[in-house]
Design a protein around this ligand. Sequence first.
Ligand code: PGA
Length: 255
Amino acid sequence: MRRKILAGNWKMNKTYSEGLQLVDEIVELFNAQPVDGVEKILAPSFIHLSAVIEKVKLIKNFSVASQNCHHQKNGAYTGEVSAEMVKSTGATYVIIGHSERRSFFSENSVVLSQKVNIALLNNLNPIFCIGESLEERNANTHLEAVRKQLKETVFNLSESDFSKLIIAYEPIWAIGTGVTATSHQAQGMHNFIRSEINKKYGKVISENIPIIYGGSCNAKNAKELFACLDVDGGLIGGASLIAEELFSIANSFPI
Ligand code: PGA
């Protein structure tokens, strides 16, 4: 049975105290009614990492991710945060390849490969995001676009390194737009991703790797999405900023 994963990506939201308040609310809900069998990951901003780690370490099955890390080891990169620095906070995951990083910060497959490698070197597990644009979906080239992202960035990893990834399928047209992929579209793409992984790494790895969905996933649509055979959870943006909503999404997995 594959891992079930619920990750909340806070993006550039919440002041320091607002972030602590949110995590307190989350801890309270999950403490009162634990959601067993689901790995919960919070990805707050860098400023929140250590405080959030302190708070969630009291509850079972919670871990923390950074939303980014730099691709170099260390040095004169003013304003940047290295994988080693992220790891030193106690975080265990890092989001890499989010479409907002690809488009607003011009992160290409070369830089993303370096990020994946340096994260793994520091024992951080990448949550690696892939997904097509609206133009690609409309032109029916979405499968090819996603295959290219996999090939260019993570298909050069060894089997043991690749097995440490969580893949997040996030169609760009669904992120923050309120337009969610239908369960048919999500299942179709997740199944395609798994079959590409099968071709490259074989059945055992492809059957075990978690592939989660992101893009306007919320308490209303999570149940239908998570019921899909190849959808192993969600990467939640906007809806993860409301504790009750996140809790309700965590309760949307098939039993
Ligand atoms: P959204 O963001 O849930 O707000 O669409 C998802 C993401 O970008 O990870």
